[in-house]
Design a protein around this ligand. Sequence first.
Ligand code: SAM
Ligand code: SF4
Length: 465
Amino acid sequence: MLPAADTVPIDDNAIAAVLERRRLVDAAQVRAVLSKARELKGLEAEDMAALMGVSDPDLLGEVFDTAQHVKQAIYGRRLVIFAPLYVSNMCANECTYCAFRARNTELERRALTQEEIGRETRMLIDQGHKRVLLVAGESYPREGFSYVLKAIDTVYGVTHDEGEIRRINVNVAPLTLEQFRELKTAKIGTYQLFQETYHRGTYASVHLAGKKKDYDWRVTAMDRAMQAGIDDVGIGVLFGLFDWRYELLALMQHIRHLEARHGVGPHTLSVPRLEPATGSDVAAHPPHAVSDVDFRKIVAILRLAVPYTGIIMSTRESADIRRETFALGVSQISAGSRTNPGGYADSARENASQFCLGDHRPLDEVIRDVAALGYIPSFCTACYRLGRTGRDFMDLAKPGEIKEHCDPNALATFVEYLIDYGSADTRAVGERLVEHALESMEPAAKQTAVSMVSRVRAGRRDVFC
Ligand code: SAM
Ligand code: SF4
């Protein structure tokens, strides 16, 4: 067994040196990086730094076009849909940017009972969701961490009409190796955790109390998760706390650390930007606010650097920004979200929310919009149920074989959504998209997709390959 990791070595000097060396690059050097990126083998820190400095609008257009090309080559037109499920906003930590922090007296505190979690789940099922991300602050009711395990059981246990939740991803505070083993047994999909900032000085200045003060305990969480057998993990940065250029290169070092130690990197990356949160000055005035142009650059650079890793875009961002980033590399989006525990059943309690949302549209409206843009909303949960996780997933993804599964699965689950939950307008837009998508598929994938879609139309549910 691997010895426990004490830390993930983030080399600040190496990052500073790369950023300095690649501060002034000419157009020819940028184009050389872009043609390397088109080979779909990813980029190194030097290449990423070269792209960070691009400001000329035409050259930046070439960066975005290349990201679009890579996204299309690997993910096609699919966009996976999920909803967060906040079960508790109780927290013992003092993260200055978050409304859930312990000393915030402006927040209405609430930990849902299992019955309430069941009710929230039913609301999500009735909207058509199949994937949820379970989220909690770092303090659980009396039963401790088993509250989270019970919540997972509760969510998986709810069925309503034809629907159920088929994959639960989890975003909760770092766990011990033993707790990660229990989480694995609970059959979660991805374990997700953001380092917030990889810069130790900044980390110390925004995490004032509680267990989260311990940078190393947090940064090594993915090592413990992977050691416990959870091989789909998701990492991320909370953009706005420190210089985004530094954060991207540090994130890359974390990825390389996981690849070297566990043979596979993260399954997903998240790119949350700081949003206003009740009682937080830092959230209202981010010390390193990221502009919309730089935010698009962040997504494009990540897409080029780690082409096979999913990128998640949450409803923190506005509908417009979300639309722009779909083309640049985003592969998963949340929709119809609430960030207050109990928020699906009772939307009036917004003063229990974690932060302000940028996209308030209901799921059906997001689906219609996504479909009208030509993206296929996917509720697919096939991979982890068939054991295609971690290195097995990457082995399929890298030669491009995963598309033969993803495209038919996306269409079958989208048609299931349209029949069971879509409004008449969404069905009309969606059915045109399905027809068009089937026409443009490769023969083998098309044959599989046609057969799966017709089984769904005949009344079968949860059809996947
Ligand atoms: N409590 C756990 C933790 O901190 O890891 C998990 C849940 S926490 C609610 C999920 C994430 O929300 C945090 O990791 C942080 O990146 C993000 N977050 C907190 N405050 C935010 C804000 N004001 N704007 C945007 N995202 C925020
Ligand atoms: Fe608690 Fe997480 Fe919010 Fe920090 S970010 S205060 S740990 S819920």
